[in-house]
Structure formats: C-alpha cells, structure tokens
Design a protein around this ligand. Sequence first.
Ligand code: SF4
Length: 426
Amino acid sequence: MSRETGRESARNTAHERDRLRVENLTTRFFTEEGQVNAVESVSFDVREDEILGIVGESGSGKSVTALSAIDLIESPGRVTGGEVWLREPDLAEEFRDRTPDAVDGDFVDLRQLPKGVRRSLRGPKFSMIFQDPMSSFNPSLTVGEQIAEAVEVQRRASANPRSTRSRTQGYGLGKLIVDTLVPGREYTSDASRERAIELLEQVGIPDPVERADEYPHQFSGGMLQRAMVAQALAGEPDVLFADEPTTALDVTIQAQILDLLRDIQQDRGMSVVLITHDLGVIARMCDRVGVMYAGEVVERGSLEDVFEQPTHPYTQGLLGSIPDVEDPAARLQPIEGNVPNLVDSEMPDRCYFADRCPKAMEACLERPHERPVDGDPDHTARCVLADGEYDPATALEDGYFEETADATDGAADRGDAATDGGAGDD
Ligand code: SF4
C-alpha cells in the first residue's frame, strides 16, 4: 500500500476544497485586423474560502479571462475552448445521466450546460465587481433600485420550484407570480428593496435608507464602489470575481474597500478571484496567485512561492519594479519592451516573453509548456527555467529578435517584389 507524503496529503486536501476549476480556457476576438488571441489555454482553480489573485500588465488577458469564465464574452469575442468546472452537486446529479461529459463527481462543466442554466447561476453562484462603477451603474436609476433589481433577479431565479434556495429563502413560486403579475407592482418587490438597503448598510454606506434613493452621480467614487460590492453580493455568490475593484480610488479608500472585501469573504466563506495589476494589492489580500502575460498564465502558486521564489523572469521583473519601502531611493527596475500584439498572425511560435527576457536562450525558441517548479505541481511556470538552469553559453544575444524581425521583413519584401515582378511579366 502506498503511503501519502505530507505534501501529497496537503495537495489532495486542497483539491477537495476546489470550488471552481478552469481548464485550458481559450478566448478569441474576431476583428477586422484579424484573430486576437486574448486568452490562451488558461488554467487555474479557486478553492473554498480563499482569495486567488490574478496579476499582470494591462492587456495581459486578466479581465477577459474572468469574463470568459462567467460566460460574459460578447461578439466579436468567443470562448473557443476549455472547461469551467463549478462544484454544484445538485446540478451534477441532474445532468449526470443527461449529459455525462458535463459532470465530474460534484462538478459540472458550465460550458456544456444549456445557456438558461448557465445564466441562472450568475448571481447565486458567481458574480463580478466591474472595474469602473460609474459606467457600470445606470445613471437614470437610483442606486437602491439597481441593487434591488439584482436581488430580485436572484429571488426570481430561486423561485424555480426545483431550486433549494427557494425553499430556504421563503420566496416561492406564488410570491413570484404575485410580484410579476399584480398591477402596480414594479419589477422590484418590497422585500428586495429592503434587502438592498441591508446590503448598503453591510458595505458601510451611512444612512442607507436615504442613500438608496440617490442616483449614482450623487455618490463619491468610494461609495459607488461599495455600492457595486453590495450589488455583486445580492445573489450571495459562492465565487466573486473582483476586477480591479480599487483602481480609481485614493489609497485610503482603496484600503477600506480591500478590508471590506476581505471581511465579507471571510464572513461568508466566499471564494474571491481578485484581478489587479498591483502586486501590493496581491500581497495584502491573496492566498494564491496566477501571473498572466500575453493571454497566458505564466506562473502560479501560493503567495509565498510566487513572491519568495519567483521563477518566470516576467514575475521576477514585476517584483523588481515594486518600490522598496525600506530603500525609497533605490532605482526601480522596469521591464524593458512592450506586451506583444496578440493578433494571431503576429504571435511568435516561441516563448511570448522571449524578446523582453534577460535570460532568453536557444531553448526558448520553442513554445514552453507549463512545468512544475522543482517538481512541485502547486507551483508552476511556463518557462524552461522551472526545471532547468540558465545556460549563458546558449543565451541569445542582445538585439537577436530585432535582427530576426528585420531579416524576416527583408525576405517578405523580396518575396513581394518577386511576386510583383512575376505579375508584371505576365
Ligand atoms: S522560456 Fe526562456 S525566454 Fe521565456 S521566460 Fe523563460 S527563460 Fe525567458
């Protein structure tokens, strides 16, 4: 009989706590400029009662990954591959015989479920705090009405007689019919308005009864961000995606919103996926981290692993560009170069970071796959350095990629000229 090592045991326990598993998620945008590979085979898992951070520069695919996972990608974008497994035992039971490929134990693959079922999970199972609250709220409705609407959507979804929530929340089909059909009833019910006020109170809005009747422009940025947290919590989600929830706020309000998010996450045992470009926010909030670059997760692991043993040179570069509080005069080390253009025809068939990487070697001219760092499957990097040493003898010289690009352009120009000449010969 094989014996479980301490590390294996910890890993198995961790996977028992998985609430969401995203596997090889791939999203394309079909634009006039060509196909844009916004999300490239991204995998991560989110456990019960934890905050997973996703960090990277603008344009690295963080937000599109979140939108893809919760089925909010709109045309011209499309999720073209991958699986999004949500732990949902009732649904797993319901679909086990009907769609066996969509069920794995207690998990269901959202991408294989009917669209109506997927939509009904938005709110009670997962929800999202968007980047910019001012553009996310409707300026012509009061904040209270908009939160009450989110509550109402959840109540009506719960009124499905098959829903266990309808029984536990005391909101049944009869009440749904009354609220929907009786003349004079608006879309929102008294109960949902009361719940909206409760939520505003929970997120620390003073005078919530009065503030519920105010419009978004009457709220400060910080207050509106709190209101957005309240709206996202209306369905009591198991998994909350928070996309740059504090970007536009000053540091004091930012700290308050982050504390609020963590308190709510701990109180409710929620799983949170926190998307940010700010490593300080990650360090303050997260249990585990995924680092994204050019649509890929290039490194992931526990906060400790990624911060103390960063393996991918992009992660090292991000960490090197944080100001040192103990030595404020120290020069920051920027990552040279730019994020690549994600248009498919321009994506190189090599490590996407190679032209910015100070450790690029000949081995990097092939696309690296995700590898465990020092054999640890819970800390991985999409980099040859995860299981190999930097070899200066095979290092690519400075300017290697510019020269390669020039040579390719020159060859293409000569090819065009030859083609043009051939046409003229006709
Ligand atoms: S695979 Fe090579 S080029 Fe890419 S990040 Fe790792 S060392 Fe740098």
